[in-house]
Design a protein around this ligand. Sequence first.
Ligand code: SF4
Length: 205
Amino acid sequence: MLKVTEIFPSIQGEGAWTGLPATFLRLSGCNLHCEWCDTKSSWNEAAARTMEVAEVATTVRRLNQSTIVVTGGEPALQMPRLCELIRVHGGGRFWHLETNGTLHVVPGMFDWVTVSPKPPEYKIHESLRGNIDELKFVITEFEDLGLVLRFTNRYRYSNLQYVCLRPLDNNIVMAKYIVDWLLMAELKGRKWRLSTQVHKTLGVK
Ligand code: SF4
Protein backbone atom coordinates (compact mmCIF):
# COMPACT_ATOMS: atom_id res chain seq x y z
CA MET A 1 0.00 0.00 0.00
CA LEU A 2 1.09 3.57 -0.68
CA LYS A 3 -0.10 6.61 1.27
CA VAL A 4 -1.00 9.16 -1.40
CA THR A 5 -1.92 12.83 -1.04
CA GLU A 6 -2.73 13.38 -4.71
CA ILE A 7 -2.02 12.28 -8.28
CA PHE A 8 -2.43 14.93 -10.96
CA PRO A 9 -1.15 16.08 -14.36
CA SER A 10 0.66 19.40 -14.66
CA ILE A 11 3.89 20.91 -15.88
CA GLN A 12 7.12 20.71 -13.95
CA GLY A 13 7.24 24.16 -12.42
CA GLU A 14 10.84 24.39 -11.24
CA GLY A 15 14.34 23.08 -11.71
CA ALA A 16 16.04 21.56 -14.72
CA TRP A 17 12.87 20.19 -16.31
CA THR A 18 10.77 23.36 -16.01
CA GLY A 19 7.89 23.34 -18.48
CA LEU A 20 7.86 19.59 -19.05
CA PRO A 21 4.40 17.98 -18.84
CA ALA A 22 4.28 15.21 -16.26
CA THR A 23 2.13 13.25 -13.87
CA PHE A 24 2.80 14.16 -10.25
CA LEU A 25 2.54 11.45 -7.62
CA ARG A 26 2.54 13.25 -4.27
CA LEU A 27 3.08 10.81 -1.40
CA SER A 28 2.10 11.54 2.18
CA GLY A 29 4.21 12.09 5.26
CA CYS A 30 7.47 13.91 5.84
CA ASN A 31 10.30 13.32 8.30
CA LEU A 32 11.10 17.06 8.36
CA HIS A 33 8.77 19.92 9.17
CA CYS A 34 10.26 22.96 7.46
CA GLU A 35 8.44 26.09 8.62
CA TRP A 36 8.24 27.48 5.06
CA CYS A 37 7.06 24.21 3.47
CA ASP A 38 4.55 24.87 0.68
CA THR A 39 3.11 21.34 0.71
CA LYS A 40 2.11 21.06 4.36
CA SER A 41 -1.06 19.24 3.35
CA SER A 42 1.13 16.25 2.53
CA TRP A 43 2.31 15.96 6.15
CA ASN A 44 -1.04 14.63 7.30
CA GLU A 45 -0.78 10.88 6.82
CA ALA A 46 -4.15 10.38 8.52
CA ALA A 47 -5.79 12.28 5.65
CA ALA A 48 -3.91 10.33 2.99
CA ARG A 49 -5.57 7.97 0.58
CA THR A 50 -4.20 4.47 1.08
CA MET A 51 -3.88 2.86 -2.34
CA GLU A 52 -2.69 -0.51 -3.62
CA VAL A 53 0.46 -0.24 -5.72
CA ALA A 54 -1.46 -1.57 -8.74
CA GLU A 55 -4.18 1.07 -8.26
CA VAL A 56 -1.55 3.83 -8.27
CA ALA A 57 -0.07 2.33 -11.43
CA THR A 58 -3.48 2.30 -13.12
CA THR A 59 -4.14 5.95 -12.20
CA VAL A 60 -0.71 6.99 -13.44
CA ARG A 61 -1.21 5.06 -16.69
CA ARG A 62 -4.60 6.71 -17.32
CA LEU A 63 -3.06 10.19 -17.07
CA ASN A 64 -0.82 9.13 -19.96
CA GLN A 65 2.35 11.19 -19.39
CA SER A 66 5.79 9.78 -20.10
CA THR A 67 7.35 11.51 -17.07
CA ILE A 68 6.28 10.71 -13.52
CA VAL A 69 7.46 13.08 -10.79
CA VAL A 70 7.39 11.36 -7.41
CA THR A 71 7.24 14.02 -4.74
CA GLY A 72 5.84 14.74 -1.30
CA GLY A 73 6.12 15.23 1.60
CA GLU A 74 9.08 12.90 1.59
CA PRO A 75 8.55 10.00 -0.83
CA ALA A 76 11.61 8.06 0.41
CA LEU A 77 9.59 7.21 3.55
CA GLN A 78 7.75 4.71 1.32
CA MET A 79 10.77 3.46 -0.64
CA PRO A 80 9.94 -0.32 -0.66
CA ARG A 81 6.44 0.18 -2.16
CA LEU A 82 7.77 2.83 -4.52
CA CYS A 83 10.38 0.38 -5.80
CA GLU A 84 7.63 -2.19 -6.34
CA LEU A 85 5.62 0.37 -8.33
CA ILE A 86 8.55 1.14 -10.62
CA ARG A 87 9.88 -2.43 -10.98
CA VAL A 88 6.51 -4.04 -11.69
CA HIS A 89 4.55 -1.25 -13.41
CA GLY A 90 7.05 1.42 -14.35
CA GLY A 91 8.40 0.30 -17.71
CA GLY A 92 8.70 2.87 -20.50
CA ARG A 93 8.29 5.89 -18.26
CA PHE A 94 10.80 8.42 -16.92
CA TRP A 95 10.73 8.31 -13.12
CA HIS A 96 11.84 11.51 -11.45
CA LEU A 97 12.28 11.54 -7.66
CA GLU A 98 12.13 14.72 -5.59
CA THR A 99 13.51 14.13 -2.10
CA ASN A 100 14.89 16.08 0.84
CA GLY A 101 17.87 13.70 0.75
CA THR A 102 17.87 12.57 4.38
CA LEU A 103 16.64 9.00 3.82
CA HIS A 104 17.83 5.91 1.95
CA VAL A 105 17.11 5.93 -1.79
CA VAL A 106 17.74 2.72 -3.75
CA PRO A 107 20.57 3.58 -6.19
CA GLY A 108 19.64 3.27 -9.86
CA MET A 109 15.89 2.99 -9.22
CA PHE A 110 15.02 6.44 -10.62
CA ASP A 111 15.89 8.01 -13.97
CA TRP A 112 16.43 11.40 -12.34
CA VAL A 113 17.01 12.33 -8.71
CA THR A 114 16.48 15.88 -7.45
CA VAL A 115 17.64 16.46 -3.89
CA SER A 116 16.55 19.55 -2.01
CA PRO A 117 18.75 19.58 1.13
CA LYS A 118 17.34 21.46 4.06
CA PRO A 119 19.14 23.93 6.35
CA PRO A 120 20.80 24.16 8.77
CA GLU A 121 22.53 20.75 8.34
CA TYR A 122 21.85 20.14 4.61
CA LYS A 123 22.08 16.46 5.48
CA ILE A 124 22.43 13.97 2.61
CA HIS A 125 22.07 10.21 3.08
CA GLU A 126 25.02 8.01 2.10
CA SER A 127 22.95 6.19 -0.52
CA LEU A 128 22.63 9.41 -2.51
CA ARG A 129 26.31 10.20 -2.83
CA GLY A 130 27.13 9.84 -6.53
CA ASN A 131 23.44 9.36 -7.28
CA ILE A 132 22.15 12.93 -7.54
CA ASP A 133 21.30 14.59 -10.86
CA GLU A 134 20.12 17.91 -9.49
CA LEU A 135 20.48 19.83 -6.24
CA LYS A 136 17.77 22.37 -5.52
CA PHE A 137 18.06 24.87 -2.70
CA VAL A 138 15.36 27.13 -1.33
CA ILE A 139 16.98 30.51 -0.61
CA THR A 140 15.22 32.13 2.32
CA GLU A 141 17.80 34.82 3.11
CA PHE A 142 20.92 36.24 1.48
CA GLU A 143 23.25 34.34 3.84
CA ASP A 144 21.95 31.03 2.45
CA LEU A 145 23.94 31.50 -0.77
CA GLY A 146 27.31 31.30 0.99
CA LEU A 147 26.17 28.22 2.95
CA VAL A 148 24.95 26.55 -0.23
CA LEU A 149 28.21 27.23 -2.06
CA ARG A 150 30.31 25.84 0.80
CA PHE A 151 28.04 22.80 1.10
CA THR A 152 28.16 22.03 -2.62
CA ASN A 153 31.94 22.41 -2.78
CA ARG A 154 32.40 20.07 0.17
CA TYR A 155 31.14 16.95 -1.59
CA ARG A 156 31.83 15.18 -4.84
CA TYR A 157 28.64 14.37 -6.74
CA SER A 158 29.68 12.37 -9.78
CA ASN A 159 26.27 12.57 -11.51
CA LEU A 160 25.41 16.14 -10.60
CA GLN A 161 24.21 18.18 -13.58
CA TYR A 162 22.41 21.17 -12.07
CA VAL A 163 22.41 23.28 -8.93
CA CYS A 164 19.17 25.29 -8.83
CA LEU A 165 18.61 28.23 -6.51
CA ARG A 166 14.97 28.94 -5.77
CA PRO A 167 13.89 32.13 -4.01
CA LEU A 168 11.37 31.43 -1.26
CA ASP A 169 7.82 32.30 -2.39
CA ASN A 170 9.09 33.48 -5.80
CA ASN A 171 10.32 36.62 -4.01
CA ILE A 172 11.40 39.01 -6.78
CA VAL A 173 13.98 40.88 -4.67
CA MET A 174 15.63 37.62 -3.71
CA ALA A 175 15.44 36.38 -7.33
CA LYS A 176 17.30 39.48 -8.55
CA TYR A 177 19.86 39.10 -5.77
CA ILE A 178 20.44 35.48 -6.87
CA VAL A 179 20.97 36.68 -10.46
CA ASP A 180 23.58 39.21 -9.26
CA TRP A 181 25.24 36.54 -7.14
CA LEU A 182 25.35 34.05 -10.04
CA LEU A 183 27.05 36.69 -12.18
CA MET A 184 29.60 37.61 -9.50
CA ALA A 185 30.42 34.36 -7.74
CA GLU A 186 32.89 32.96 -10.31
CA LEU A 187 31.18 29.60 -10.28
CA LYS A 188 32.98 26.90 -12.22
CA GLY A 189 31.15 25.08 -15.03
CA ARG A 190 27.53 25.47 -16.13
CA LYS A 191 25.63 23.81 -13.29
CA TRP A 192 24.33 26.80 -11.37
CA ARG A 193 21.12 28.60 -12.22
CA LEU A 194 18.13 30.52 -10.90
CA SER A 195 14.90 28.56 -10.66
CA THR A 196 11.56 30.20 -9.90
CA GLN A 197 8.26 28.37 -9.50
CA VAL A 198 6.59 28.78 -12.90
CA HIS A 199 3.49 26.78 -11.90
CA LYS A 200 2.77 29.32 -9.15
CA THR A 201 3.27 32.25 -11.52
CA LEU A 202 0.78 30.61 -13.89
CA GLY A 203 -1.62 29.69 -11.10
CA VAL A 204 -1.60 26.01 -11.95
CA LYS A 205 -1.02 23.13 -9.55
S1 SF4 B 1 11.28 18.37 3.45
FE1 SF4 B 1 10.04 19.27 1.80
S2 SF4 B 1 7.99 18.38 2.10
FE2 SF4 B 1 9.14 18.02 3.98
S3 SF4 B 1 8.61 19.76 5.31
FE3 SF4 B 1 10.50 20.32 4.23
S4 SF4 B 1 9.82 21.42 2.40
FE4 SF4 B 1 8.03 20.31 3.20
